[in-house]
Design a protein around this ligand. Structure first.
Ligand code: NAP
Length: 329
């Protein structure tokens, strides 16, 4: 039975990946931080086979202990400060967790090594935010980076550190340069879920106004369930590598609003939406749109959900969630 260790198990991707790997017959261990982390119950209810282990990307000794104890065949590093807006408010914390945390985990893997002479395979959650002020469109694995946030700069450090451990120590270490992906498990702070949840609440009469930043930002959004499949496929390759994972289609926040409000029969969403400068980033990224040809050709990976279906699934999920919460009150 292959054994996997996932950091960031309480996050959107960790939850999807745990389910995927258990379904493939893995023994899955999820690392959680903090004392009595309130999300443990949620992930265990969702994936009862999951083993929880305590550790923190800010603490090397905890990572060494985790790798020693779990003896994983595959490590997926999904833990991070992942919200760009927070990274501007807490840049040093972001650099330490999302950047230096990658180095610490790679060091733990290098020092402990694999069991029975089997080298540990490593996945790093890199991001399209590394492209920032883009140099070419669409972006692929050779597009130069120009990050525009503390999150983006931390991810560039993690990305090159992964590459460096591959080249210096021969580690099977891969980076997935993932474009935005979302779904019903996305945190409520991220714009796609903020919109789907607010639209559900507005439809149910629980909220009237949704306040957002820049409505003309454009992103390449895919479904998180599809993107964790790409992570797993990267670690099944004979050779490690870097892969862009994206749908290749971009949509503005206005289009997101059209689809989300349209799903509940509200066509004139202008009366429900306000913009506020407080939600603007100090530096915006350009139009992000990914070219996932390498992932398609080498991994045989394809997205399964289109943008319209994805947003509708999220709105339907939030309608049910908010109606249940209102009923419980
Ligand atoms: P997420 O929902 O924000 O989850 C982040 C996870 O990191 C949480 O489980 C969090 O744990 C954990 N974490 C935070 N600080 C930690 C620390 N000091 N030690 C250990 N774990 C810590 O993010 P996601 O959407 O699942 O994304 C997964 C990864 O992919 C992240 O690295 C993200 O930056 C990257 N990525 C995401 C996207 C996207 O669109 N979703 C795109 C490109 C790259 P707590 O619950 O304890 O806070």
């Amino acid at each position: 039975m292959p054994r996997a260790l996932i950091t960031g198990i309480t996050g959107q991707d960790g939850r999807h990946l745990a389910g995927l790997l258990v379904g493939k017959g893995y023994d899955v261990h999820g690392m959680v931080r903090g004392q009595n982390n309130p999300k443990i119950q949620m992930v265990q209810d969702e994936t009862p086979e999951l083993e929880i282990i305590e550790g923190d990307l800010q603490d090397l000794s905890s990572l060494i202990a985790v790798v020693e104890q779990v003896q994983p065949d595959e490590v997926y590093n999904l833990g991070a400060v992942s919200f760009v807006a927070l990274s501007f408010r807490q840049p040093e914390l972001t650099a330490d967790i999302s950047g230096a945390g990658v180095l610490r985990l790679l060091e733990a893997i290098r020092v402990v090594g694999g069991s029975d002479g089997n080298p540990i395979r490593f996945y790093q959650a890199s991001s399209s935010e590394m492209f920032g002020k883009v140099r070419q469109t669409p972006q692929n694995e050779t597009t130069p980076f120009h990050p525009r946030s503390p999150y983006g700069t931390a991810k560039v450090f993690g990305h090159y550190t992964t590459l460096n451990y591959r080249e210096s120590y021969g580690l099977h270490a891969s980076s997935g340069i993932l474009f935005n992906h979302t779904g019903p498990k996305r945190g409520l702070e991220f714009v796609s879920r903020k919109v789907s949840n607010a639209v559900a609440r507005i439809k149910l009469g629980l909220q009237d106004i949704l306040t957002l930043g820049y409505l003309d930002s454009s992103r390449d959004w895919g479904y998180a369930g599809d993107y964790v499949e790409a992570m797993w496929r990267m670690l099944q390759q004979d050779e490690p590598g870097d892969y862009v994972v994206a749908t290749g289609q971009t949509h503005t926040i206005r289009e997101l609003l059209d689809v989300a409000f349209g799903a509940v029969g509200i066509d004139d969403w202008g009366q429900h939406v306000r913009t506020d400068r407080r939600f603007l980033r100090p530096a915006e990224v350009d139009v992000l749109i990914g070219d996932a040809s390498k992932a398609r050709n080498q991994l045989g990976w394809e997205p399964t959900l289109d943008f319209q279906t994805l947003i509708k699934v999220m709105v339907d999920h939030d309608l049910e969630l908010e109606a249940r919460k209102a009923g419980d009150r």
